[in-house]
Design a protein around this ligand. Structure first.
Ligand code: COA
Length: 394
């Protein structure tokens, strides 16, 4: 049996024949990329703990690790940074496409469209065998480098009609993005926070968007289709879109007392509070503590007396009332705000990071592929006689 058995091996299929709501608890395949919430392991990328990676690595090292299997040495990392720099530019026809998109489009829709359009301009050459005729990492590296350029080219054009040069000489994806966004080189602390958050967002096993990418890859579709589908899946507020929704909530309140009242009111109406809870983690999201520390540091730097105290209060209320903990999206929201990032760019930043994980999963799926095609438990009407149209009553 191949690595990805297309569900026949799942405990649900073997043991009960019962549908698992939302596939919760179903083992849908194997991966060597990450562990999520496994006792004694927490979150690891190819065996390295997220705490170590977020503290000491850079996002480019992590992307290399996920895609190529091992951490790069110094020469490999330096060459990789140089390679990514050469991949930042946008082909002219893609600029034309981006210029046609309305200024009030959601930036996730812009990335989804941009990714799909790039797939027509720089297509993967031979997908019939499931193996690209290009170097296996070529499209992955291209997408990692180009997504920030895509977003900010569209943003500058649609807000001020400027056709910006997206080819900066910045060393990292984080500094490149912040440079283009703010139109000046970024400072070290801000670059470090964004870089750490990209590491935290880079990979997370069979989450909804990654699973989508693997399903697309399992049909032997092309790389761009898999990533485009993943972007569309990430967009929803139950997944990546939660960071935007979390900030919308945080920014509603003027003080911690106000937040306490407001959140209690939401809970009394059984409203889900975005940025809390998780399908897999049951006692805490290890990424949340890391990003919370960075959010606090940025709050101190900007002498914030509102957003961080409001965030902490919401955190305490949800823990107390629901026994739920913040996931990565909650404190990312205030951290990104302190970096001067518009709220509608929060989920696109998730795309920049998760492209590393998605791409690594596409390659892993292709390396030992079997079509992913589960079954459904039918609960519709029983067999019945067909009624000709002239005898149907309205
Ligand atoms: N706020 C309030 N209640 C929540 C909640 C939240 N964020 N998350 C879960 N709950 C409650 C549900 O209402 C449900 O209560 P019930 O049993 O009384 O109906 C219970 O906890 C189980 O939630 P459920 O949605 O079935 O869990 P799930 O495993 O299907 O969903 C999430 C996991 C992440 C989708 C869910 O926690 C959620 O919607 N969180 C908010 C969105 C978010 O932050 N997404 C990013 C994830 S990284």
């Amino acid at each position: 049996m191949g690595q990805h058995a297309g569900f026949e091996n799942s405990p649900i299929a073997e043991n009960s024949g019962q549908a698992a709501e939302g596939l919760a608890g179903v083992v849908a395949g194997r991966t060597k990329l990450s562990t999520v919430g496994k006792a004694g392991h927490g979150l690891t990328y190819r065996g390295y703990s997220i705490e170590d990676l977020a503290a000491a690595a850079t996002f480019e090292e992590v992307a290399w690790l996920l895609l190529r299997g091992e951490l790069p040495n110094a020469a490999q990392l330096s060459a990789y940074r140089d390679l990514l720099k050469t991949q930042r530019d946008l082909p002219d026809p893609l600029k034309v496409v981006l210029e046609q998109l309305p200024g009030d489009a959601h930036p996730m829709d812009v990335l989804r469209t941009g990714c799909s359009a790039l797939g027509t301009l720089e297509p993967e050459l031979d997908i019939s065998t499931g193996i690209s005729t290009d170097a296996p990492f070529k499209i992955a590296d291209r997408l990692l480098a180009v997504f920030p350029s895509m977003l900010l080219y569209w943003h500058a054009y649609s807000t001020s009609g400027r056709r910006i040069d997206v080819c900066t000489d910045d060393e990292s994806i984080a500094t490149h993005f912040l440079h283009l966004l703010h139109d000046r080189p970024t400072d070290e602390l801000h670059a470090r926070v964004l870089d750490a958050s990209l590491i935290l967002y880079a990979e997370h096993e069979f989450n909804a968007s990654t699973f989508t990418a693997r399903v697309a890859a399992s049909t032997l579709s092309d790389f761009y289709s898999a990533i485009t589908a993943a972007i569309g899946t990430l967009r929803g507020p139950l997944h990546g879109g939660a960071n935007e929704a979390a900030f919308e909530l945080i920014s509603r309140f003027d003080s911690a007392e106000d937040a306490e009242r407001g959140v209690m009111e939401l809970l009394s109406h059984k409203v889900k509070v975005m940025g809390f809870g998780h399908r897999v983690y049951r006692s805490g999201d290890p990424r949340s503590d890391i990003i919370q520390r960075w959010a606090k540091r940025l709050a101190d730097e900007t002498a914030d007396e509102r957003l961080y105290p409001v965030s902490e209060c919401i955190d305490q209320v949800i823990r107390r009332e629901k026994g739920l903990f913040p996931n990565l999206d909650f404190y990312s929201a205030s951290a990104y705000h302190f970096l001067g990032i518009p709220t509608s760019f929060f989920t696109p930043i998730f795309v920049f990071a998760r492209t590393a994980g998605w791409a690594a999963h596409v390659l892993e799926q292709r390396a030992d592929n079997r079509l992913i095609r589960p079954s459904a438990e039918y609960d519709g009407p029983g067999p019945r006689a067909f009624v000709p149209i002239e005898r149907r009553v309205s």
